[in-house]
Design a protein around this ligand. Structure first.
Ligand code: ATP
Ligand code: MG
Length: 397
């Protein structure tokens, strides 16, 4: 059928035509953010899930919902290798400038901008990547200690007070939180804790890979009590069906039930894969309804497309020894696997492989569901590894 009208949207952070199966989570976050504005207790929320389950599109939707009801928001993504203060500062400045435009929040908004100026100046030595426009001179003693833990607390508190004066709350949306250094994560946790204790309306809605709760716990032992960690997984079968059928129905295209069943089976209801299969099934079919035959053909193309994009971008960032480690894991199946079994497959000692394993964890490729266990963070990565490194060559060298 016409590829121009194809409704499906595979891609990192690309909003799906139908955001299926996430209503409960959206509602939970909407209630929590509005409770914070009302001066009520609510935990910050960190969505945890594997690659491609829809964390980023959820964050974006939650942010839109928050803005619709008049909450003040900022949205950042923690990239590998940049500091948290550096990514927060410019977005915080924008939010504070917006807040300062309201009559009631003008003075506290300016005070928070002074706090930001002090913060940026004092921390610039340690975090050289901080670049932010300065609108007001710093106020001596306000968020300018040069110590992140202290200064972030003072800054978020000042920002939250400004939001409060404007009758709103400040909601921080942060993606890829697992990449934030533990020490910076600890400062963020402390700052949020302090705001909660003082009933300052600041809240975090974050997303990250499954290693995040463990990192948070190591950064601050009380973190687990301070946050909700909803798990974002594959869709349930009804939601997966809706993700495929609703966008097609809007264009008067139907699926044969067997065609849908085959897609659910091939994708295991993982959102990214559903979009990829939907897209190729649509392009393959010559007319409605989309048949099981169409899906069989489309499966080959969808797999090839994933191999060239979703899986490939991850594979290309790996060193040769990291590739061998993942290939050995793949040989054992989908996992999780014991470190000892992986080492055996490579005919190496567990300790000798420790550094490679740690690099893979910090790159976000694998995580440890429990002590000594290792699992992929990308669904179906085992099958990809066997396709991209076929045969036995990986055992050599
Ligand atoms: N609830 C949903 N229903 C249908 N499709 C969805 C849903 N959620 C996400 N998708 C689709 O899945 C794909 C991946 O979404 P997204 O990039 O938000 O995942 P992610 O969890 O952030 O992945 P990563 O960890 O790689 O950043 C996108 O193409 C998106 O349109
Ligand atoms: Mg994402």
């Amino acid at each position: 059928m016409d590829p121009i009208t194809n409704p499906y949207a595979p891609g990192a952070g690309t909003p799906p035509p139908e955001l299926a199966g996430r209503d409960e989570l959206l509602r939970m976050v909407s209630i929590a953010t509005q409770r914070v504005r009302a001066g009520r207790q609510a935990k910050s929320v960190l969505m945890i899930g594997l690659r491609g389950v829809g964390k980023t599109v959820l964050l974006d939707r939650m942010r839109e919902d928050a803005e619709t009801v008049g909450l003040q928001t900022l949205r950042v993504e923690a990239p590998e290798g940049r500091s948290l203060p550096a990514i927060l500062a410019p977005q915080l400045r924008q939010a504070l400038l917006r807040l300062s435009r309201s009559e009631q929040a003008r003075d506290l908004g300016r005070r928070a901008l002074r706090a930001l100026a002090g913060f940026a100046k004092a921390l610039k030595l340690k975090y050289e990547d901080i670049e932010v426009g300065i609108d007001y001179e710093p106020e001596p003693g306000l968020a300018d200690n040069g110590d992140l833990e202290h200064d972030l607390q003072a800054l978020l508190e000042a920002a939250g007070r400004a939001a409060q004066a404007a009758g709103t709350a400040l909601i921080l949306f942060v993606d890829e939180l697992q990449y934030v250094e533990e020490e910076q994560l600890a400062s963020l946790i402390t700052a949020l804790h302090r705001c909660a204790q003082r009933q300052v309306p600041v809240m975090l809605v974050g997303a990250g890979l499954p290693q995040l709760p463990g990192r948070m716990g190591r950064a601050k032992s009380y973190a687990e009590r301070l946050f909700d960690f909803p798990f974002v997984g594959p869709l349930d079968p009804d939601a997966a069906r809706a993700a495929l059928e609703v966008p097609a129905q809007e264009l008067e295209v139907m699926y044969e039930p067997a065609a849908i069943d085959l897609i659910l089976q091939a994708t295991e209801c993982y959102p990214y894969f559903l979009q990829e299969w939907g897209k190729h099934a649509w392009d393959t079919a010559s007319a409605s309804p989309i048949t099981q035959r169409d899906v069989e053909t489309a499966s080959i193309e969808a797999t090839a497309a994933l191999d060239e994009s979703f899986f490939r971008v991850r594979f290309d960032r790996l060193t040769p020894s990291e590739k061998r480690y993942l290939r050995a894991m793949a040989e054992l199946g989908r996992g999780p696997h014991r470190s000892g079994d992986i080492a055996n497959a490579l005919e190496r000692k567990v300790t000798a492989l420790g550094p490679t394993r740690n690099q893979l964890i910090s790159k976000g490729m694998i995580w440890s569901p429990s002590h000594g266990d290792t699992a992929f963070t990308v669904p179906m990565f085992d099958a990809f590894m066997r396709r991209i490194m076929p045969g036995e060559d990986w055992r050599l060298s």
